[in-house]
Design a protein around this ligand. Structure first.
Ligand SMILES: Nc1ncnc2c1ncn2[C@@H]1O[C@H](COP(=O)(O)OP(=O)(O)OP(=O)(O)O)[C@@H](O)[C@H]1O
Ligand SMILES: [Mg+2]
Length: 305
């Protein structure tokens, strides 16, 4: 486990931004999802020691963030929500500064900078250019490079790494995150509003709403859990099929573009009965799939509770 939350709490006056957060962030790429104001940034800031928890604590790789403040964050990189780049500096100088801040000692800082820039795909001709001439996507990749400037980092925490980027810049950043996880065996804990991108890169998610974790687990398991009651079907004669189905099963149906979205308690029974009807009436199944809710729908469903 990368992080364990131990009733982590933050109040700003009367606002309970994070409420007794419990749960774990496993190794791999874990997504932190939640609407505006849910408490994601506040949680990250506490983990990174930028603000002090009101109560509770957390552990990073077994080290308590309060009692072992420095040790717990020694090998953790952080990309904040708002850009922290100095635009008048060159890319190289900015990373040199980041490396010094990260306390890289006993290692060749120049080699660390080269390696970090290579890893995020910033090619050499840009290294000595000022950051103000970089595109938003490139700047974000430089920010990502700063989180891995310490080659001993085991975890990087990214607060909305793709915010304000166009689709190409977004994809580039996501690809680099995936590649870092794979090639450097880095664990990633990242927040986002964009559910499709969390689905694309993360193996697990934590969903936070009003300062509390409302759901967590593997993406594949969660979507299965929420979707096992639906089948999307197209039959050569939908009308006849539904008439026959009504005789044998309780269900609700939505019709959309010749497809039937059938909800029932027991999908395997629905499959069996469907093939029986099709055989009996000489029909043909043109399409049949178990529908996975996408994360967006999943999220709406949970937050509505
Ligand atoms: N410095 C602060 N002083 C007072 N209230 C704050 C402060 N920082 C955050 N809050 C409040 O705490 C709650 C959680 O905010 P936070 O920024 O952690 O949410 P978030 O999930 O990161 O949202 P977003 O998706 O918009 O970035 C919100 O109600 C916010 O208004
Ligand atoms: Mg935030």
């Amino acid at each position: 486990m990368a992080i364990v939350f131990k009733e982590l709490t933050k109040n700003y006056g009367r606002i309970q931004a994070v409420r007794r957060l419990k749960g774990t962030v496993n190794k791999g790429i874990v997504g932190f999802l939640g609407p505006n104001g849910a408490g994601k940034t506040t949680t990250f800031k506490m983990i990174m020691g930028l603000i002090h928890p009101s109560s509770g604590s957390a552990e990073i790789f077994g080290h308590d963030i309060i009692k072992e403040s420095i040790l717990s964050r020694k090998n953790v990189g952080f990309l904040p929500e708002r850009s922290f780049l100095f635009l008048d500096k060159t890319c190289w100088d900015f990373l040199k500064y980041s490396g010094k801040l990260a306390g890289i000692a006993g290692l060749d800082l120049n080699l660390c900078i080269k390696d970090a820039l290579d890893s995020v795909g910033i090619v050499k001709k840009w290294w000595k250019k000022r950051l103000k001439v970089f595109s938003a996507g490139m700047r974000q990749r430089v920010g990502l490079a700063a989180t891995i400037i310490n080659p001993h980092n085991r975890l990087i925490i990214l607060d909305e790494p793709t915010a304000n980027l166009d689709p190409i810049g977004r994809q580039e950043v996501l690809d680099k995150i995936k590649a870092l996880n794979k090639s450097k065996d880095l664990n990633v804990f990242m927040s986002s509003h964009i559910l499709s991108e969390i689905e694309q890169v993360c193996s697990e998610i934590l969903i936070i709403h009003e300062g509390e974790i409302v759901l967590s687990g593997k993406i594949s398991e969660l979507s299965k859990y929420f979707c096992k009651d639906q089948l999307k079907i197209k039959i050569s004669n939908n009308e006849l099929f539904l008439k026959e189905l009504e005789k044998e099963l309780n269900f609700t149906v939505e019709e959309n573009d010749d497809f039937l979205l059938i909800k029932t308690e027991n999908v395997s029974l629905l499959r069996q009965i469907s093939s029986k009807i099709v055989n009996r009436c000489g029909l043909e199944i043109l399409h049949m799939e178990e529908v996975s809710l996408n994360l967006n729908e999943l999220f709406k469903k949970i937050v509505k509770k």
